[in-house]
Write a protein that binds this ligand. Structure first.
Ligand code: SF4
Length: 539
């Protein structure tokens, strides 16, 4: 049996012959160990070794100096990339099953650690496999749980019906407005405080317009590309003033050919950035879908995660949008927020069901490096975690002493940051129960799952799922996730992806994240995009 502090070491020197692939094997391996929470500082050992160019692979696990697993996977003729891929997959399977047996743990997604689990059933469908065959392979080969196998299949099927309509001349556009009222503690997006940076908004939108204008002339028009969807995200685009928003929306409509447009989303994520004027501006534009994101309908959690709005403001914004005639609204919520119980999560779902949006996106909390929450948790490892972490303290102070159900934090004085951290955040079982509950509520609202992705360090090792009522699936979300269509992206931190489906190849152009750099280096951002087109032979 392994314990939390057991250490698994990958001996990689023996992979010298395949130096270019070590990272991938490592990643697979590390992901496997992360899945079962085996952290640093211990005495178990996994070794992979090769016996020259024709490789023999070994997995050895030692604990307390004794070899407890010694498994060899001899293979011949492993020199081609395809063969290496097979070997890596086989290694991942072996490692997963060894560790699963030793820990008694089974992960919901089995050995799958990738961002897009629906890609696998999608590819199987393209090969002509039946539903029964696909679900059986997901369960038996990849160790995916029956529930997740069925979820992945359902999503792949919906995605296929939308992606089959793709043609080579169709693209989607992403436009980033990287301003927000305040920074949520879990946020890792490009986001700048609107109050501190108000003086930069006009300069930013001028640069953005220049980027859109130039790319429209030099790529979209010249290549005769058809815009299928537009997504204005951020940040929170509605953080800017009504005049600035109206000006940008007008510019987009005056500049771009929107005759093929099927969907146009604007993130109005934070309800404290929405008012009647802005909603009327949106309604009068070609925008066809907006997002109003509560994340949770519990006030104490909103405070704890740095959201400067109340649940009542979410409802007011939602009903105002309805009143003005906006009939396609998405709402985002998060599973596993600090201090949330199952009953608090259910409260959020009940409130959302009452509002009855067309889309519900359920994220499992993922604590990324760039987030304030991660920084603070790292600090907790080093310092006294009970003194200087005001928003985390809020979670403790708001705890209802009598509500003990799955409560993530227990007012103890544990000196161990790991224990404290694991109590602050919901347990895997609770996160699982929340995800199941969200699924059932979504079905009860007449919705079905239509897109999904996973992230590192995600609560319960689960997934983010988009649900929608029939006919309201967000095409852009599917396109960006399945990477089957070119996305041209504008704004600070935006990433353009040029997709070559026949060659299974994607070229990327990155815009700088820093606002001032983006403004002053706008011509360089434009050139970067034009370059990937010329270099890849599309122009
Ligand atoms: S609203 Fe979204 S982009 Fe803005 S700070 Fe919060 S998570 Fe980040």
């Amino acid at each position: 049996m392994f314990f939390k502090n057991d250490k698994i070491v990958l001996i990689k020197e023996d992979f010298d012959n395949y130096i270019g692939n070590i990272g991938h094997v490592n990643n697979t391996h590390i992901d496997c160990t992360n899945n079962i929470n085996i952290a640093d500082n211990t005495d178990a050992l996994v070794k992979f070794s090769t016996g020259g160019k024709v490789a023999n692979y070994y997995i050895q696990i030692e604990k307390d100096g004794n070899r407890i697993v010694d498994l060899s996977i001899p293979r011949d003729n492993l020199l081609s990339i395809e063969d290496l891929t097979v070997v890596k997959k086989e290694l991942a399977r072996q490692i997963y099953s060894i560790l699963s047996k030793n820990t008694g743990k089974k992960m919901p997604w089995g050995m799958l650690t990738g961002v897009r689990p629906a890609k696998i059933p999608y590819e199987m469908m393209e090969k002509g496999m039946t539903e029964v065959e696909i679900i059986s392979e997901l369960q038996n080969y990849y160790f995916v749980s029956p529930k997740k196998a069925s979820l992945a299949y359902t999503i792949a099927k919906t995605e296929k019906s939308i992606l089959e309509r793709n043609t080579r001349d169709m693209v989607s556009l992403y436009i980033g407005i990287p301003f927000c009222k305040s920074r949520c503690h879990y946020c890792s997006f490009t986001s700048n405080c609107i109050d501190k940076n108000a003086y930069l908004v006009r300069k930013y939108t001028d640069a953005l317009k220049r980027e859109i204008q130039m790319i429209n002339e030099d790529i979209l028009k010249r290549e005769k590309l058809k815009i299928q969807t537009i997504y204005i995200g951020g940040g929170t685009p509605t953080s800017v003033s009504n005049e600035e928003l109206a000006d940008l929306l007008q510019f987009i409509e005056n500049t771009l050919d929107l005759s093929n447009l099927e969907e146009y989303t604007l993130e109005a994520g934070r309800p404290d950035t929405i008012d009647r004027e802005k909603l009327i501006t949106i309604k009068n534009s070609k925008v066809s879908r907006i997002s109003i994101n509560p994340q949770t309908m519990n006030l104490e959690t909103l405070k704890a995660i740095g959201r400067s709005h109340t649940p009542e403001e979410v409802k007011e914004a939602f009903y105002l949008a309805r009143d003005i005639g906006i009939n396609n609204i998405n709402m985002d919520i998060i599973v596993g927020l600090p201090g949330e119980t199952l009953s608090m999560f259910e409260h959020t779902l009940k409130e959302i069901r009452q509002m009855n949006p067309e889309n519900l996106t359920v994220h499992a909390l993922s604590i990324k490096r760039a987030s304030k929450l991660r920084e603070e948790l790292d600090t907790l490892d080093k310092h006294d975690k009970h003194k200087n972490n005001s928003h985390l303290k809020d979670v403790r102070l708001n705890k209802n002493e009598t509500d003990n159900e799955n409560y993530a934090y227990d007012k103890g004085n544990s000196e161990c940051a790991n224990i404290w951290e694991s109590r602050l955040f919901v347990a895997d079982e609770t996160a699982n129960a929340m995800v199941d509950m969200a699924y059932n509520y979504a079905l009860s609202m007449g919705m079905n799952p239509y897109y999904m992705y996973r992230q590192k360090n995600i609560a319960g090792n689960l997934e983010n799922v988009g649900y929608s009522k029939p006919g309201f699936e967000c095409i852009y979300n599917i396109q960006i996730m399945e990477e089957k269509q070119t996305i041209i992206a504008f704004g600070a931190g935006a990433v353009t992806k040029v997709v070559y489906p026949e060659e299974n190849r994607i070229e990327r152009a990155f815009n700088v994240k820093n606002l001032e750099n983006y403004i002053t280096r706008i011509d360089e951002m434009i050139e970067r995009k034009k370059n990937i087109w010329t270099q890849s032979g599309r122009m």
